[in-house]
Design a protein around this ligand. Structure first.
Ligand SMILES: [Fe+2]
Length: 230
């Protein structure tokens, strides 16, 4: 498998390039608009054909490259069936798979950070978007966020995966690049809440500023980053 973790310094976003083999089809998860040239160059250098670009959810902190990549490479753009983005060419749902050549990612619906949050699973790793971060979890105070739903996504789905499953989140602000399910179960402070109500109280007690780009990014991302809000 070809696997590249790409980092956007401005928004601390991780994007992931995946392919089964050199010269084959490629998938890009959570691409950032400003880095489009970097992705296109890397895909060319690796001899890959980008067939699918996908967002785990509508991001509030950066503008997606889904539209730009579709224009540049003719790839399909995909988001989950719960998304309010009008521009995607493929809408997926839990139980389906994202496929490039013989690489098949299982789709899990993991709402809570937003109501359109999905995670993608390979046998040895999971891409958790902003549902599960390294030593954290995504905020639940806007975009139809719901701390109780996030608790269910975490404890009912992601944390039931084998403990050695690698965790690749959509962001990290502390220099961490990868974790595991077992490591997060033991050391993620948010996951030590005694029960669902304690988790909801913890999340609802966070007083966070809105992301700097939120008023621009959310409307822009509903159109795959091709238009910016007035
Ligand atoms: Fe997010």
């Amino acid at each position: 498998m070809i696997f590249r973790q790409l980092f956007d310094r401005e928004s601390s976003t991780y994007s992931y390039l995946l392919a089964e083999r050199p010269g084959g089809e490629a998938l890009l998860i959570d691409p950032v608009l400003e880095n489009t040239n970097t992705y296109v160059r890397l895909i060319e250098e690796l001899g890959l054909e980008l067939v699918l670009a996908v967002d785990t959810h509508i991001h509030a902190d950066h503008v997606t490259a889904l539209g730009a990549l579709r224009d540049r490479t003719d790839c399909a753009s995909a988001m989950g069936e719960m998304t309010k983005a009008e521009c995607v060419s493929v809408r997926f749902r839990e139980g389906e798979k994202l496929c490039v050549d013989n690489l098949h990612l299982d789709i899990l619906y993991t709402p809570g950070h937003t109501d359109d949050s999905y995670s993608f699973l390979l046998p040895d790793r999971v891409f958790t978007g902003d549902t599960l971060l390294i030593r954290g979890t995504g905020r639940t105070d806007f975009q139809n966020g719901d701390a109780a739903a996030q608790y269910d996504s975490l404890f009912g789905k992601l944390l039931t995966l084998p403990e050695d499953t690698l965790v690749f989140p959509a962001h990290d602000y502390n220099g961490m690049t990868v974790s595991t399910i077992g490591e997060e179960k033991r050391h993620n402070p948010r996951l030590q809440a005694a029960d669902k109500q304690a988790y909801v109280d913890l999340m609802n007690g966070l007083k966070l500023d809105d992301p700097r780009l939120m008023d621009v990014a959310v409307p822009a991302n509903r159109s795959c980053g091709l238009k910016t809000a007035a």
